[in-house]
Design a protein around this ligand. Sequence first.
Ligand SMILES: C[S@@+](CC[C@H](N)C(=O)[O-])C[C@H]1O[C@@H](n2cnc3c(N)ncnc32)[C@H](O)[C@@H]1O
Length: 246
Amino acid sequence: MMSNLLKNKQPLFDNIAIYYDLLYDYKNYKLEVLNILDLIKQFRKASTNTLLDVGCGPGRHLQFFRKHFNCMGIDVSSKMLKIAKKNAQGVIFQKADMTNMNLHKKFDVITCLFSTIGYTSNYTMLKNTWQNFYNHLNEDGIIIVEPWFNKETYKIGYPYMKTYESEEVKIARVNIFECRKNVSILDCQYLIGIKNKKLKVFRDMHELGLFDINKTLKIITNIGLTALYLEPNSLFERGIYIAVKK
Ligand SMILES: C[S@@+](CC[C@H](N)C(=O)[O-])C[C@H]1O[C@@H](n2cnc3c(N)ncnc32)[C@H](O)[C@@H]1O
């Protein structure tokens, strides 16, 4: 069944899909994938053939994962999926919402990277989503999730700016890190200048849950997984959750 997210409104990332790779051009996806491959080797004893990337965005991790696994990528944004299909050929893509997905398939590895899990916004949705990951995981499978910030690491009140600049394209995105109870609010204003086009100004509002690490680990273990949280490092600045079936 389609969730409200897919039925009622255009998914948030549709607006910025074509600018996403420019804004995040500093990210070293190849190195991230190499690190994740090491984690898989370290924590999963059986061999791995299949991988599902949840909230795959423009498919930049899948571009490298596809050399090691039969891959599938899901996302709520059709525009992201369209770009992902070009970036990661040979991968199966499907429009699906992680909070209620049923893909009728199971995987050896499930990844959910660069804070996509934060879009669950509250603990009930977080729990449902981890349950969905569990339901799609083979025996001996492994789940790797890179979370959003938590209440201790989220810098409430601070302004944040992300820019991209080339001769023909200039992008600026500014927001203040706001917070309402356990939810971080990113009211982002964009200014986009492209050669020979009218200046584009728009706004989008991101709401991501600020989930406590211990509470999250409890949710994951209650589902039937053994889990641990790896502290942030220079590559994964928000840490990593690793979970395997008990
Ligand atoms: C911050 S981007 C991360 C994209 C990609 N994983 C990366 O590392 O570049 C978050 C992605 O999650 C997707 N997303 C948000 N909520 C989702 C949901 N409920 N189910 C599936 N995808 C979702 C967005 O459309 C967007 O592409």
